[in-house]
Design a protein around this ligand. Structure first.
Ligand code: GLA
Length: 689
């Protein structure tokens, strides 16, 4: 027996995973596929709330058809609780404002087909000085669950300086432990990068800024802070630029229309903040515009973002899941202005014609590529743009230097994006040899943030590669560029913010089946000054046109994994399904892919497909010297490709033909030293079929 126990102990020790136990709450407490919609008491009523207001608001939501428009959550903000806990240490409702109690209110709201939200703070008191939940997480979560609460907004006041991730994780774990689905809304005011830790503590949404107020300056100030956060939103995890002010009286109808349009474009949670008992028809019509709400609710693969910034006028765009694009032309200036972009700039391009629907007037029109509108001061024109013509021919098979290809369109922060030389800021051709920390590139693109280069792939090019970084022509600490690669407007992969004098990062991005590719270089910090970015040796490899499918979107024929489950579109968190984080391979974050742990075999049906493309490596979450693995691609018993032993930080590209094969096995083995720490990603894994 002792021998057996010893053997077992040795066997277990050999398979010990990461030293720290994986966090419990890394999946959202509630899986929401679209940004939450509803109402919250704070913006209009502050502490002036009671159960009659909440009931009357629920009545109004139902009576005015806001429920069928999608608004479901009725959220009580701060000031619902009594000034002291009860004898058992439980929060209790304020007996004057909520004499019937929260459970009765939840029942009332549920009876209308709506959901009830509540509020607390990850501190010793709420922002208004009432009892809050730090160190009372379990008992408070239990109270809310027993009352039938459906959402928690969790604020950050009076936090005692304790680390945010721990405070927010404690509540995420407590909510999960109740067994009731309670959507978890983090109100961390953009501090400590909630967009990074939010998904790991069970959050469905996280505040990106301080509080909104009912003014043009506040609304546009918050909008400005959204630029650059788009890589961190995902289906089921939404950036929250704070609640809506539509109808509160501090902005004009034109401004409220802009506010609502832009929030919808950002895939923001849509939480009304006005008095719904007395909302007028104009404001009701804004928030009930079904075409605009549909833009908000559609996770087309990327949060919307600013694609053009011409000072007073801007263009914001997002992909829709049907292949169209939503576009907001925005005019901050004092006079009416014509705002113009192109189909290519909004992620389309390559078609002889487009149809446009104006989402505020309902008017439809056609275009050969220009997307333009006369936009009132402080207003928007919002379109949905769809390809309707014949598309360009695909590039012939071969590998192309992006610096030598023709581009659909390009925008650049200073001067033009330069072919095969650095940006140097002014006239075309004023740059020198592309150089990143001493490494030179004869070919590539030299840009200045914010910059986009749009290419036509014609669904025929399965692989994009480049070496990216800040060009040596700038050394200033303000230089900071994040490189982001988009296919058909959807974010595929992104780097950390690259700064001056750092070595280049290799970008390897599977792109099978995408019609267009966008190379986006965004300001990473400190404004766009000094942001000279190089896409060194940027190439696309084209084969033949086909449909692209992610391995992580297929039904797998079988799968096994060394620890926990093989994960879809996240790394292997080792325990429960869905407990991983964004896959990072070779210092590049990949939105799609399979996250495995050595001792893994994922089988994919590949009948009818031509190629399999991925970038593989040890996930950035495993930094130990013991992390090492070998990746093999095996088809119908034949090994098509095997990686060298890959250790932490290293990555390899795989691009193999699979024509005539029926089942592909993605096999991950330890490299002979046991499987401890062997978190291996098949990042971006994609089939061309
Ligand atoms: C903070 C939040 C607001 C609101 C108030 C309530 O300021 O950011 O949204 O909840 O607290 O006190």
């Amino acid at each position: 027996m002792r021998r057996l126990a010893l053997l077992l102990a040795v066997a277990l020790a050999a398979a010990i995973p990461l030293a720290a136990p994986p966090a419990q709450a890394s999946t959202p407490v509630v899986q929401a596929t679209a940004p939450p919609m509803g109402w919250n008491s704070w913006n209009r009523f502050g502490c002036n709330i009671d159960e009659n207001l909440i009931r009357a608001t629920a009545d109004a939501i139902a009576a005015k058809g806001l429920d069928t428009a999608g608004y479901r959550y009725v959220n009580i903000d701060d000031c619902w609780m009594a000034p002291t806990r009860d004898a058992q240490g439980r929060l209790q409702a304020d007996p004057n404002r909520f004499p019937s109690g929260i459970a009765a209110l939840a029942a009332y709201v549920h009876n209308k087909g709506l959901k009830l939200g509540i509020y607390s703070s990850a501190g010793t008191a709420t922002c208004q000085g009432l009892p809050a939940s730090l160190d009372h997480e379990a008992v408070d979560a239990q109270s809310w669950a027993s009352w039938g609460v459906d959402l928690l907004k969790y604020d950050n006041c009076n936090n005692q300086g304790r680390p945010a991730i721990e405070r927010y994780r404690a509540m995420g774990d407590a909510l999960k432990a109740t067994g009731r689905p309670i959507l978890y809304s983090l109100c961390n005011w953009g501090l400590d990068s909630p967009w990074v830790f939010g998904p790991n503590v069970g959050g469905t949404m996280w505040r990106t800024t301080g509080d909104i107020s009912d003014s043009w300056g506040s609304m546009t100030g918050i909008l400005d802070q959204q630029h650059g956060l788009e890589p961190f939103a995902r289906k089921g995890g939404f950036n929250d630029p704070d609640m809506l002010e539509v109808g509160n009286g501090g902005m004009t109808t034109t401004e409220y229309t802009a506010h609502f349009s832009l929030w919808a474009l950002l895939n923001a949670p849509l939480l009304l903040g006005n008095d719904l008992r007395s909302v007028n028809d104009t404001n009701l019509a804004i928030v009930k515009n079904a075409d605009v709400v549909a833009v908000d609710q559609d996770w087309g693969g990327s949060q919307g973002r600013r694609v053009r910034d011409d000072g007073d006028t801007e263009v914001w765009a997002k992909p829709m899941s049907d292949g169209s694009a939503a576009v907001v032309l925005f005019n901050r200036g004092a006079a009416t202005a014509t705002v113009t972009t192109s189909a290519a700039e909004v992620g389309l391009g390559g078609s002889s014609g487009y149809s446009l629907k104006n989402l505020w007037t309902g008017a439809t029109s056609t275009s050969t590529g220009t997307v333009s509108g006369s936009v009132a001061s402080h207003g928007v024109v919002m379109y949905r743009v769809t390809r309707s013509g014949t598309t360009l021919a695909a590039p012939a098979a071969g590998t192309y230097q992006v610096g030598d290809m023709s581009w659909l369109a390009s925008t650049n922060g200073w001067g033009p994006a330069e072919r095969n030389r650095s940006n140097k800021e002014q006239a075309a051709g004023d740059g020198t040899t592309l150089t990143v920390n001493g490494t030179t590139y004869a070919k590539g693109v030299g840009v200045h943030a914010n910059s986009s280069v749009h290419l036509w792939l014609g669904r025929a090019c399965p692989l994009f590669t480049a070496q990216v970084g800040i060009d040596d022509e700038v050394a200033d600490a303000k230089a900071g560029v994040r490189f982001q690669v988009y296919g058909d407007g959807k974010l595929l992969a992104y780097t950390d913010v690259k700064t001056a004098s750092q070595g280049p990062t290799t970008l390897t991005v599977p792109t099978a089946g995408y019609a267009t590719l966008e190379l986006f270089a965004g300001d990473g910090h400190g404004g766009i000054d000094y942001d000279h970015g190089d896409w060194g040796a940027a190439t696309v490899t084209c084969t033949s046109a086909g449909t692209g499918t992610y391995a992580s979107d297929l039904a797998w024929s079988s799968s096994s994994n060394g620890w926990g489950a093989a994960e879809r579109d996240q790394s292997n968190g080792e325990t429960a399904t869905g407990d991983g984080v964004v896959q990072v391979v070779g210092a590049v974050s990949h939105v799609k892919g399979i996250g495995a742990h050595a001792g893994s075999d994922v089988a994919l049906p590949v009948g009818g497909c031509q190629r399999f493309t991925a970038v593989v490596g040890i996930d950035g979450e495993a930094t130990s010297a013991a992390a090492s693995a070998v990746f093999s691609v095996v088809a119908d018993g034949v090994t098509l490709w095997t990686s060298p032993v890959l250790r932490a930080g290293a990555a390899a590209a795989v691009d193999v033909g699979v024509a005539g094969r029926s089942t592909l096995h993605l096999v991950l083995t330890d490299a002979g030293d046991g499987n401890a720490y062997d978190h291996g990603d098949w990042a971006g894994a994609r089939l061309s079929c």
